[in-house]
Ligand binder design. Structure first.
Ligand SMILES: [Zn+2]
Length: 81
């Protein structure tokens, strides 16, 4: 099962207890961070940012996960020639 599908199923589940809802929220957040998302490149083409926490990740070029929030990253812009 893909993470996106798991998130949809969890989100649509009936929340009967506050703690269950909180636990699901934590699980959804953890799953979401494993789904790679394109890094943010600002207009000058430098200083890539994490799409989740918006921290500057330029000094960690091509890391697979944000060193700050552990969001999975896609570096789609950096190797274009
Ligand atoms: Zn981050």
């Amino acid at each position: 099962m893909e993470n996106e599908t798991a998130i949809l199923i969890i989100e649509s589940a009936c929340y009967q207890h506050k703690q269950t809802k909180e636990a699901f929220s934590i699980a959804i957040s953890a799953l979401s961070k494993q789904i790679p998302k394109e890094i943010i490149i600002n207009s000058d083409g430098y200083y890539p940012q994490c799409p989740s926490c918006l921290k500057d990740i330029g000094k960690y070029n091509n890391v697979k996960h944000c060193p700050n929030c552990s969001k999975a990253l896609l570096w789609v812009h950096t190797n274009e020639q």
